[in-house]
Design a protein around this ligand. Sequence first.
Ligand code: SIN
Length: 288
Amino acid sequence: MPAVSITPTDAALGATVEGVDMRTPPDDATIEVIETALETYGVLIFPNQIVTPAQQVTFSAALGPLELTANIDARLDGQPEIFVVGNTGAKTVTFAPKAGSDDLEWHTDHIHRSEPSRASLLYAKEIPEEGGDTLFACMYSAYDGLSLEDKEAYGRLEAIHSVAGLRAYLRDQAEEDEYDPGRQEAMPESVTWPLVRRHPRTGRPALYFGAKITIGIRGRSREDGLRFVRELTAHATQPAFVYRHVWRKHDAVLWDNRRALHAATPFDMERHRRLMHRTTLRETEPVA
Ligand code: SIN
């Protein structure tokens, strides 16, 4: 194994990893280095990876079982494990708001599924000249930053998640009549998980929710639940807890969905192209 160097960011999470070549599947020692670094830093940046879709899939699959996006139209032809996120194809797929003043769509991948996602790997094929960054917020820090009272109270809460919440956001973001979810695999109407989740590898408590995909808190009215989620989002995504990734072409970023929320920032979709390929690792540990 070539020497791997890991340089932490100065944010609450994130580290740059050099010495890993994603064109070849990682051996056991490299997998251990990556998993330990992911456990320690939550977000790993691998600069300058020039990989084909097949290589990205093979590399990702060496880290664990993959899952497909429910958005059938966003699966790459011939390589369905790749989720195509961008504005370069026939249909735009983006989680970024249209305008800088709009709410960001903070989320953790596939929280609305009965088997959520453990980690995701996003690979930058084309990036805009401006904007289109990805923000990552550390949910350990968000939990640690709660008062003792809130820690106790939130530890008893269950949050309800549904793809309907995400769709409503995307519909609001679209121009009139422009919103078309395309062909979608069926999803459960909603799933419920504890709001505070212990990370299966580190044992640390983390907040587990999404700004739009979390549609309520069990036992509370809809309005109360949504207000709670809005306030929790403001707390959990405050700048002290956030790493901003400004993409360079051929960056690959791997993040731990059990620890990090992420959100794309807006870019001018009329003028610029942004094309990302995501592979998504299925959760293999119980959530609750
Ligand atoms: C995603 O939410 O998986 C994509 C994030 C991004 O486009 O920056």
